[in-house]
Ligand binder design. Structure first.
Ligand code: MG
Ligand code: ZN
Length: 224
């Protein structure tokens, strides 16, 4: 696997203002030794539920924090704060995605070198987040079993610019007659070789595997 985040690899020839700021954020994160993981998906795919589970499970081992983007409300931040992690809400108003400047502002007064891992939950949207680098090391795209196996075919760009796919709400797979093979085939057809995890934040199924993968990524950054 390339050491560059997939989004950077794809966008390296179309550098815009946001990319330059994202590049400096990435450098800041690297110097502070904090690994940054972002989550993108449609609204209602379970980003906050997955994040709450990850924050709770990772708390004992790492210093974790999260930034969470929504058009309005602080509900997700309040929910995530229950995990005990440092959490800050970014209210974007009418803007349907996060950009690097919002991340930079939200990080003011935070001591990055005290963190091991920072999660960024994007606004629920499968379209424009694919054009905005946030300085993250790893981008997870979520696909819930309730939203249809053909999502990757309908929104290929977001899948193609993410590093890893996480299929969520696996506890509902049977009830909604989720066709795992079709979903996997569709993911591989838009992004060949993409790593895919199947999880249920509710039952905890598959979480070990996903967290082992993230921990390995964190350990790798500490060697640098
Ligand atoms: Mg949310
Ligand atoms: Zn947008």
């Amino acid at each position: 696997m390339s050491t560059q985040p997939r989004l950077v690899e794809v966008r390296q020839n179309v550098l815009k203002q946001n990319d330059l700021l994202a590049r400096s954020l990435r450098e800041r994160f690297r110097e502070a030794g904090v690994r940054v993981v972002s989550l993108v998906s449609s609204p209602g795919s379970g980003k906050t539920a997955l994040l709450e589970k990850m924050l709770t499970l990772l708390q004992s081992q790492y210093h974790v924090a999260a930034l969470v983007g929504d058009l309005a409300t602080e509900n997700d931040a309040a929910r995530l704060a229950r995990s005990g992690a440092a959490v800050r809400q970014i209210s974007t108003g009418t803007i349907c995605h996060l950009d690097a400047q919002m991340i930079e502002r939200a990080l003011e007064e935070w001591k990055l070198d005290e963190l091991d891992l920072l999660f960024i939950e994007n606004v629920g949207n499968l379209v424009c987040p694919s054009s905005y680098d946030l300085g993250e090391d790893l981008r997870l795209v979520l696909l819930s079993v309730t939203e249809g196996e053909d999502k990757p075919l309908k929104y290929p760009t977001i899948f193609n610019t993410a590093d890893v796919c996480v299929i969520t709400k696996m506890d509902l797979a049977d009830a909604v007659e989720f066709e795992a093979t079709a979903a996997h085939n569709n993911i591989q057809s838009v992004r060949p070789g993409m790593g895919v995890f199947e999880v249920s934040a509710k039952t905890g199924a598959g979480m070990d595997e996903l967290l082992r993968f993230l921990s390995a990524r964190i350990a790798k950054s500490e060697e640098v």
